[in-house]
Design a protein around this ligand. Structure first.
Ligand SMILES: C[S@@+](CC[C@H](N)C(=O)[O-])C[C@H]1O[C@@H](n2cnc3c(N)ncnc32)[C@H](O)[C@@H]1O
Length: 280
């Protein structure tokens, strides 16, 4: 078991040799991640710190190991249903729609949005950007190849959001999976269609240090299941940055267990787990 002082020592050792700064990550889950890294690498904290300081590649590997990358296609299907029926129709008249997925992990959230946009005939007008601190995840997102068996509930989620209509049970659309991805059960893979893979601009971006790197404001910013790993101070700073980079009436979309606390909450109106930027 690591003490709080151990964690501080580890964080300071990273700060000494890089611009990564984990001091405002939420303590409990961060401590668990370091403990896992020690077990996986079979080393002591002092050995870990000494290797991090000598070996830049090892440091990058540890940064990747620290991040939690769980994600899923159409994760929390109710959210996607809200987007489909309550949010996206209001953007249909726009000439373009700017979307940023911050903390996109291996890209399933990005592909969910692209599929939804295509179903609503809004694909061409969307400009889609996606970022993460973990470059292995960005590579995986670009490849768009996932394990089939591990992700079986993808198909359930897809049916709920894309084929069914919760407001009218008779309205069922026959959308074949092959329109968007190819399933190869023998190879245990799901491969996203090329037109989806080619759409998004992926960049490395650290929410602790970096501001908006895209020279545009956004209609929708997704940052789901990311700020849950940050303390309140960092959460507020990141939300403030998002608020400054949303168009009026733009939406910030957080994870099911995340919410906006503090003064910055006044910038938004909350409906069904979505935060709409207020007009000032
Ligand atoms: C649990 S995943 C969420 C993926 C997706 N948004 C979803 O909800 O399904 C959290 C992601 O946040 C990324 N992350 C953690 N700290 C970050 C930071 N400081 N800047 C950018 N991304 C970060 C991790 O690398 C990870 O891919």
């Amino acid at each position: 078991m690591l003490s709080n002082d151990d964690v501080t020592k580890f964080i300071n050792s990273i700060k000494l040799v890089s611009r990564y700064n984990f001091e405002d990550y939420s303590e409990r889950s961060f401590k668990r991640r370091i403990e896992k890294i020690l077990v996986d690498n079979k080393i002591s904290l002092n050995e870990l710190i000494s290797r991090i300081q000598k070996d830049k590649d090892f440091l990058e590997k540890i940064i990747k190991d620290i991040t939690v990358n769980t994600t899923e296609l159409f994760r929390d299907s109710e959210l996607w249903i809200t987007l489909k029926y309550r949010v996206l129709p209001n953007l249909k008249k726009n000439k373009s729609i700017f979307i940023w997925h911050a903390g996109c992990s291996s890209g399933q959230e990005v592909y969910s949005m692209l599929i939804l946009l295509n179903e609503l005939d809004m694909f061409d007008k969307a400009k889609v950007f996606a970022t993460d601190i973990n470059t292995d995840m960005l590579e995986s997102a670009k490849r768009g190849v996932y394990r089939y068996r591990f992700n079986l509930n993808y198909l359930d989620n897809f049916d709920k959001v894309i084929k069914e209509n919760p407001y009218n049970y008779e309205d069922v659309k026959d959308v074949p999976y092959s329109k968007y991805f190819e399933i190869d059960k023998a190879k245990d893979s799901v491969t996203m269609a090329k037109f989806l893979r080619d759409k998004t601009i992926y960049r490395k971006h650290d929410l602790v240090n970096d501001k908006n790197i895209f020279y545009s404001k956004f209609d929708i910013i997704f940052c789901r299941n990311v700020i849950i790993y940050f303390n309140n101070k960092l959460q507020n700073r990141v939300i403030e940055m998002f608020s400054n980079n949303l168009y009026r009436d733009g939406h910030l979309i957080l994870g099911a267990h995340e919410s906006i606390l503090g003064a910055v909450a006044n910038n938004f109106e909350r409906t069904k787990g979505l935060y709409k930027k207020k007009a000032f």
